[in-house]
Write a protein of this length. Structure first.
Ligand code: S3P
Length: 172
């Protein structure tokens, strides 16, 4: 297996953090979560960064820390935010310095997960439950072209995180 950084991308609720943790344990490679790294570096939660400084500031910091992490480490599993690949040329940066994997989930599955976890995510916290599925469908459509630039795509519907890790390992 040819290790360089492995970056997991995908829409909010696609299971990036869970799969990244399992994969890192399985391969005994360090794990970094970009959102956690941003929170530690900025000494603030993602929710508070969005609230106090706005999304544009968040996207600038997200790009800066992504660059730092990818240039610093050459052998880690990195899970990034759902929006990360879609701003500031981040997907091209990721593809240059890492192997990217898109965890692709259907709108229905994303909806089933996100309806329970809405409040933790500033981009959807304010969306009414009845509108959430339509929001996800539209938002995913806008982001899809960035996600599909990934080196590898793994479909996650009806698979356990363990099954996803097995499939992923067979591809990298
Ligand atoms: C975002 C996704 C979040 C976090 C921020 C913005 C997005 O990460 O980076 O709330 O734009 O989709 P998760 O995908 O881990 O929820």
């Amino acid at each position: 297996m040819n290790y360089k950084n492995i970056v997991l991308i995908g829409y909010m609720g696609s299971g990036k953090s869970t799969v990244a943790k399992l994969l890192s344990e399985d391969l005994s490679i360090g794990l970094t979560d970009l959102d956690d790294f941003i929170e530690r570096s900025e000494k603030s939660t993602i929710t508070d960064i969005f609230k106090n400084k706005g999304e544009i500031y968040f996207r600038k910091q997200e790009h800066k820390y992504l660059q730092q992490l990818l240039n610093f480490d050459k052998n880690m599993i990195l899970s990034v935010g759902g929006g990360t690949p879609c701003y500031s040329g981040n997907i091209d940066l990721i593809n240059k310095l890492a192997t990217s994997v898109y965890l692709r989930s259907s709108v229905q599955n994303l909806f089933n997960r996100l309806i329970k976890e809405k409040s933790e995510r500033p981009l959807i916290a304010h969306i009414a439950d009845k509108d959430l599925k339509e929001f996800i469908a539209k938002h995913l459509f806008e982001r899809k072209s960035y996600y599909e630039k990934a080196d590898l795509i793994v479909d996650t519907d009806d698979k356990t995180p363990q099954e996803i890790v097995i499939e992923l390992k067979s591809l990298i």
